[in-house]
Design a binder for this molecule. Structure first.
Ligand SMILES: [Zn+2]
Length: 417
């Protein structure tokens, strides 16, 4: 036994319908995992030292299911364009620079520090096509003690020459990447075709084979923008819909699959998402910034589809997941005003998506229930007036108005980072 006890106002979501709020309570942690949350500490733990955070709130740490590391320097830039123009004018240019490993050494430490500062202790990250720069990213994550799935991006068409590889080269480097000794229990590889237009059918097929053979999850983009959906239709006219292209090549539904955006899904695709139990990843800031659209989130949730949240930096302009949580709520309210058949998202539900649903991609993560990994943020505004609010009001205040400076401690798998 390697016990520790953490005390404060403990808040988490076991169910999406309500917050569990435990004022002045104790979390008992054994090694990496939670033993229990107690209002009164059981006698058997009386000799275990207590880390007392006073009037701070303690919440599960954040998980981001969709973020692009090379776009860190691009956050907030060029957001007056829509997806395809934004990719061509800004994004591909910033990603090209990562052919230079020295540039990666300059930028990635800042990106990883921003994840750490903002309490995003686990994430699913798109890097670029460049393996060497991506190893730099992984090394930075390792130094900070963060957990992630990291993807070398695959592209063999419809992008500038500097960002496309031959099918052979893309596959060879993907194999080298996943077989490299960069990975660990905390940092794992993920197969990452950028999106259908960037990949030929041959490349998609081979990536599907690798994902199956090595049992590695998949992350990509799906139905983000109406023009993109039309483009996919023209590239793959035989497939009944966008999702079916991924499914045909075994990049959909096996083990764990993350499909970012998923705004314009047909009824058949909605049924597929449910049947195959994939993660759709809602990225509201990005969808508003690039005028992409609004995912019918609550309709999806009410149909029993699994939806997580992503910042989608750099089309999203904020790394802190509290901004994605609140913008998911705001987006759903606008959607409800436009269409009364779509209800708005509650606060507890949005928090549940960002913690317990997002965490489920990593295992027993994102809640303070027994046997979950103890991944936590300790939050204190440092302002006596705010600390006099109820614990739940303190959390609401942090979600809407807080920033990284309010996070005073971070725990991943029981360890203080
Ligand atoms: Zn994206």
């Amino acid at each position: 036994m390697n016990l520790k006890i953490i005390k404060g106002h403990i808040i988490y979501t076991k169910e999406k319908t309500q917050f569990e709020v435990c004022k002045d309570s104790f979390i008992v942690v054994n090694n990496k995992k939670i033993v229990g949350v107690y209002k009164k500490l059981p006698d058997k733990y009386i000799d275990v030292p207590i880390i007392d955070y006073g009037d701070s709130i303690i919440i599960p740490s954040f998980i981001d299911l969709h973020i692009h590391a090379p776009q860190y320097m691009q956050m907030g830039v060029g957001l007056d364009l829509e997806l395809i123009d934004w990719l061509n004018k800004y994004t591909f240019r910033s990603e090209e620079k990562f052919s230079d490993i020295d540039y990666a050494r300059e930028v990635y430490p800042h990106f990883v520090k921003a994840l750490y500062d903002n309490g995003t202790l686990r994430s699913c990250i798109f890097a670029t096509i460049h393996n060497d720069s991506t190893y730099v990213l992984i090394e930075e994550l390792r130094k900070r003690g963060l957990s992630a799935y990291v993807g070398k991006v695959n592209m063999n068409q419809n992008a500038p020459d500097k960002l496309i590889q031959s099918t052979e080269c893309s596959i060879k480097e993907t194999r080298e990447f996943i077989e490299s000794n960069s990975f660990s229990e905390l940092i794992k590889p993920i197969i990452t075709p950028r999106f259908v237009p960037s990949c030929s059918s041959e490349l998609l097929k081979k990536l599907g084979e690798i994902s199956c053979k090595y049992n590695i999850p998949v992350q990509t983009h799906l139905s983000e923008n109406k023009k993109e959906v039309e483009w996919v239709k023209s590239l793959f006219p035989k497939n009944p819909n966008y999702s079916d292209v991924y499914r045909e090549y075994n990049l959909y539904g096996r083990e764990k699959t993350l499909m970012a955006h998923s705004i314009y899904l047909s009824e058949a695709e909605i049924e597929m998402a449910k049947q195959d139990n994939i993660f759709l990843v809602h990225c509201p800031n990005s969808n508003m910034n690039l005028t992409s659209g609004i995912m019918p989130l609550t309709n999806f949730l009410d149909k029993g589809i699994k939806v997580g949240l992503g910042s989608d930096v750099g089309a999203g302009h904020k790394i802190g997941m509290q901004h994605t949580i609140t913008s998911a709520i705001q987006c759903s309210k606008i959607n409800h005003i436009i269409n009364e058949n779509e209800r708005s998202l509650s606060e507890s539900e949005a928090f549940y998506l960002a913690t317990k649903i997002n965490g489920s991609f990593f295992g027993k993560v994102g809640s303070f229930e027994k046997d979950y990994y103890f991944d936590a943020l300790v939050i204190n505004s440092g302002d006596k007036l705010i600390n006099n609010l109820t614990p739940l009001e303190q959390l609401q205040r942090f979600l809407y108005c807080g920033d990284a400076s309010n996070i005073i401690d971070r725990y991943l798998e029981g360890q203080l980072l």
